[in-house]
Design a protein around this ligand. Sequence first.
Ligand code: HEC
Length: 119
Amino acid sequence: MKPSIFSSFIVATCMLLFVACSGPSDESAQTEELAPELLAGKAVVEKTCIACHGQGLNGAPILGNKKMWGKRLPQGEDVLVSHAINGFAMEMMPPRGGNPGLSDEDIRNAVRYMMSLVQ
Ligand code: HEC
C-alpha cells in the first residue's frame, strides 16, 4: 500500500466514525416540564396566535425570537396582555388574536407562554 493511499484510507475511516457517532442528539432530555398555565398558553398559541407569530406576519414578533421581543418585554406582562386582549397597532394585532372565544385568562396564559420562550 502506497503511503498516500494508506493515509486517505485513514481519513475515510475517521470520517466514517465521525458520521456514525454524530447521530441526532437526544433532545428529550432537554424538554422541561411546563407549568400548567404555560401548557394551557402553549395550546392557545399553537391554535390561534401561531398563524401570525409563527412566521412574523405583518411584523408580528416571532415566537422565541429574542431580538423581536426585546423592545416589547420591558412593557411588562400586564401591558402585553392588555394589548393582546384589546388589539394593538391599528389592529394588525387583532383583539384576542381574532378569536373572541378566548377568555382573558387564555390570553394571559398565551402571553406568558410567549414571554417564557424569550426569557
Ligand atoms: C392576525 C395576525 C395575528 C394573530 C392571529 C395574533 N397576533 Fe399578536 N401581533 C400581531 C402583530 C402584527 C403584532 C405586532 C404589532 C406591531 O407592534 O406592529 C403583534 C403583537 C403582539 C404582542 C406584542 C404587543 C406589544 O405591546 O408589543 C403580543 C403580546 C401579542 N401579539 C400576543 C398575541 C397573542 C397572545 C395571540 C393569540 C391569542 C396573538 N398575538 C395572535 C399579529 C397577530
